[in-house]
Design a protein around this ligand. Structure first.
Ligand SMILES: Nc1ncnc2c1ncn2[C@@H]1O[C@H](COP(=O)(O)OP(=O)(O)OP(=O)(O)O)[C@@H](O)[C@H]1O
Length: 581
């Protein structure tokens, strides 16, 4: 009936629930008073009592008015408490989800799709609002109401009260009967819902690519099929809900009917008065209506339970191990016998060892898929939760796993080929690199990457960057990301294919900045283009997850090994390309 963990996490809601139950109970007592007054009035009228006069009508109206006001007050109190309870639940849950996501950082990707997170924190949380605001108080009221009425009706006719009370459990029995089926169906509903959300987000983000390859129609059809599946499961949920409501209606009104028959028999046997009989006729449905309403909330509650399971799955996700050490000495990055694999049977790094020395320019090269980016991500403290990770990576003499994340982010700046720029102004994007940067410093950074004039023409630092920086060219995006990285002013910079997919002019400018930076900072550069690494103090040549060769460009060329053949092939290809142009 209840989600145990949910009830435990939201213990503080108990006072609101108690208040809501009390308000509903107050409303019930008002109804009882009204029904009784009507019963007495009708008895006088039907038995032809000549004393029924204006006074009696006035009395009845006073009771009507008092009950109306009383119910309005209790309903108002109930609504306020319901609002307070649900707001508190929503706020607390969203805070918990947000905090968890902050702690998980980018590692949430490993187990959750982004669309699932969005659905959990929006609709999932909304479901729980109804759970606490309506279902839980209704549950307790549904127990209290029949017992209260049993006492009142029992004082008039015990037999009728017992019959009515015995019929009441039929409703929860029918609820429990559908519970098993509903649980499975709702899990399927949520699964189908998040899958559809996933596809929608993915296809929307990749729409341009789908259009280019004329695959949009195929993917639209695939999404149609998923949507159809979701429609079918939604319809099954609705049918299940409607059917169970019909069953509950049958039980509720059938039970009330039986109660009415008994009260009439009791009247015929002169065990109760006509007023009491009318009162029982009018009130008997109230025995069942709270439980019937609970039944309709029950489906919402089941949905809430399914949503809660998803939310708790996210909240229980183990956090990546974070270190606390902030005292690194120097900027050396040392890999000692590091092996790594994303999947157990496919090793990516196979026991590599090297040192990227402080103040030096180290380049990592090799053909696609040899493990360069993986090595770079390990230098940035990523790779938690991988199937295989052995050996050690140290930064400034401290094992990277023991370094506090903030200290590591301050020490190392990574610039990838797909650096993320946020929708907003250039100023806002740059201030992410350094929150205290002055306008002058921002302009200097833009000048360093040769972007100042372009940005200046379009509004300067206040220029609006659209979503995914689609109003900038590929080269401009990368240069803006580089300007932001320069403002970060960290000791170590790692550039992972920072010049891929950009025009020659931008590539040359970015490389110029990187070479300049290498005079002041520790720089690690990953590049396909070997011409870019000729000036490096050390070139690490990777092949199939191992360091095949290491040395300066001249040393490696002299050796006439793997690097030399890669370099010469590339030079030849570039020569052909130039001649072709
Ligand atoms: N998140 C991941 N999950 C599973 N396998 C991955 C993941 N990232 C990379 N790989 C695999 O690990 C291997 C090394 O990838 P990595 O990106 O490190 O190579 P790379 O040398 O940087 O390649 P490129 O130059 O093309 O970027 C590849 O076979 C790739 O398919």
């Amino acid at each position: 009936m209840f989600h145990k963990r949910l009830m435990k996490e939201f213990k503080e809601n108990q006072k609101y629930v108690a208040g809501m139950v009390a308000a509903q109970w107050g409303s019930l007592l008002c109804n009882v008073a009204l029904m009784y007054a009507i019963g007495v009035f009708l008895e006088k009228l039907l038995l032809g009592n000549k004393n029924v006069g204006e006074g009696d009508i006035a009395k009845l109206f006073i009771v009507f008015a008092a009950v109306y006001i009383g119910r309005a007050v209790f309903t108002g109190i109930g609504s306020r408490l319901s609002f307070a309870a649900s707001t508190q639940v929503k706020r607390k849950l969203r805070e918990l989800v947000y905090e968890k996501l902050m702690k998980l950082g980018s590692s949430y990707h490993a187990h959750f799709a982004t669309s699932e997170i969005v659905q959990i924190s929006t609709e999932g949380v909304e479901q729980l609002e109804i759970y606490f605001g309506k279902y839980v108080p209704q549950f307790f009221y549904s127990l209290l109401a029949p017992l209260t009425l049993f006492c009142i009706v029992g004082s008039m006719s015990l037999k009728t009260a017992v019959v009515l009370l015995l019929c009441v459990p039929l409703i929860p029995v029918s609820i429990v009967a559908v519970q098993k089926f509903a649980k499975k169906l709702l899990a399927k509903y949520w699964g189908s819902y998040t899958e559809l959300g996933d596809s929608f987000l993915e296809n929307l983000q990749g729409l341009t690519t789908l259009k280019i390859y004329q695959a949009d129609e195929r993917y639209a059809k695939k999404m149609d099929e998923e949507a159809e599946q979701f429609r079918r499961v939604t319809m099954r949920v609705l049918i299940m809900q409607l059917n169970s409501i019909s069953i509950m209606d049958l039980v509720a009104y059938g039970g009330a009917g039986i109660g009415i028959v008994f009260s009439v028999l009791e009247l015929r046997a002169l065990h109760i008065t006509l007023a009491q009989c009318i009162f029982i006729i009018l009130i008997s449905a109230e025995f069942f209506l709270p439980l019937r309403l609970l039944g309709s909330f029950f489906h919402i509650a089941m949905n809430g339970n399914a949503a809660a399971d998803k939310i708790f799955k996210l909240l229980d996700e183990p956090l990546p191990q974070c270190g606390t050490n902030t005292k690194m000495e120097g900027d050396d990055i040392v890999f000692s016998d590091v092996s790594f694999a994303y999947e157990p049977e496919k090793p990516v790094l196979k026991g590599i060892s090297f040192t990227a020395k402080e103040g030096e320019f180290t380049a990592l090269v090799g053909v696609s898929g040899c493990g360069k980016s993986t090595a770079a991500s390990l230098m940035m403290g990523e790779g938690d939760g991988a199937d295989i990770f052995s050996g050690t990576v140290t930064v400034g003499g401290v094992n990277i796993r023991e370094i506090a994340p903030d200290a590591l982010y301050q020490k190392i700046t990574g610039v990838r080929h797909d650096s993320y720029l946020f929708a907003g102004t250039v100023r806002e994007n740059l201030s992410m690199g350094c929150a205290d940067a002055t306008e002058d410093e921002m302009q200097t950074a833009l000048k360093a990457v040769d972007l100042y004039d372009t940005i200046f023409e379009k509004g300067g630092l206040s220029m609006e960057i659209t979503e995914k920086a689609s109003n900038l060219s590929g080269g401009q995006k990368q240069r803006l990301a580089l300007a932001r990285a320069l403002l970060h002013d960290s000791d170590i910079y790692i550039f992972d294919e920072a010049t891929s997919n950009v025009d020659v002019e931008s590539e040359n400018k970015i490389m110029e900045v990187i070479r300049e930076l290498a005079h002041k900072k520790t720089v690690i550069l990953i590049s396909h283009r070997l011409a870019n690494v000729v000036d490096a103090d050390q070139i690490l040549v990777m092949k199939d997850g191992v360091i095949e060769e290491a040395g300066t460009h001249d040393e490696l060329m002299e050796r006439k090994g793997y690097y030399c053949s890669l370099y010469e092939t590339q030079q030849e290809l570039e020569r052909y390309a130039k001649e072709a142009v």
